[in-house]
Design a protein around this ligand. Sequence first.
Ligand SMILES: Nc1ncnc2c1ncn2[C@@H]1O[C@H](COP(=O)(O)OP(=O)(O)OP(=O)(O)O)[C@@H](O)[C@H]1O
Ligand SMILES: [Mg+2]
Length: 210
Amino acid sequence: MGLTKAYGNRLAVKGLNLEVARGEVFGFLGPNGAGKTTTIRMLVNLIKPTFGEVRLFGQRLAHKPGNILSRVGALIEQPAFQSYLSGRDNLVVVGGYTGGVHPRRIDEVLDVVGLRERSIDRYSTYSLGMKQRLGVAAALLSDPELIILDEPGNGLDPAGIVEMRELIRKLAQLNKTIFVSSHILAEIRQFCTRIGIVRSGQLIADRRRR
Ligand SMILES: Nc1ncnc2c1ncn2[C@@H]1O[C@H](COP(=O)(O)OP(=O)(O)OP(=O)(O)O)[C@@H](O)[C@H]1O
Ligand SMILES: [Mg+2]
């Protein structure tokens, strides 16, 4: 509520009021520099708001970030994977940060993102689309209720964008709440149940679609 982030005297996010309901697929649409990534970084406690607060699942994020963020999976900009490890081993490493993940769960998320067959190949041999999908797989490891994806289609070719779109549709069918940012309406309009448009750090439109 009233979420604001200032960098020096520039306001990247200005008094953003936004509530996303459980089960929604919310598209956060805006041009470069609109404040999407800054907003998302505040949502996952990577940076602190200058004013205002983030509430997730009805609780103040600043209050118990660890508990709350264990229910959230996020893909923000380029995920940091080890190039010499396989996709699968990278997921083992990511899972290790939160106390380890069952190998069966790793297979499940690899299936969801369509990387099972390539899972033993080195990350450095992956195409950009595969790298992005591995990032989504990492976000899914803990079976989060809320999935936050910052421009998952960035840098992908048309086929990669279609694959990512199908993947997000699949996640929506699993009854997850999804918050996905983009600067291209065509990329997200087909699967979002609601689209908010952000410009210069402010929400200028908010439409429910289905
Ligand atoms: N760490 C930072 N220090 C200073 N200014 C920043 C920082 N991060 C972002 N900004 C500024 O905040 C504004 C919003 O940036 P942000 O990255 O949130 O936009 P975005 O909507 O994610 O854009 P894009 O579509 O290019 O990813 C921009 O003016 C940017 O220059
Ligand atoms: Mg961004």
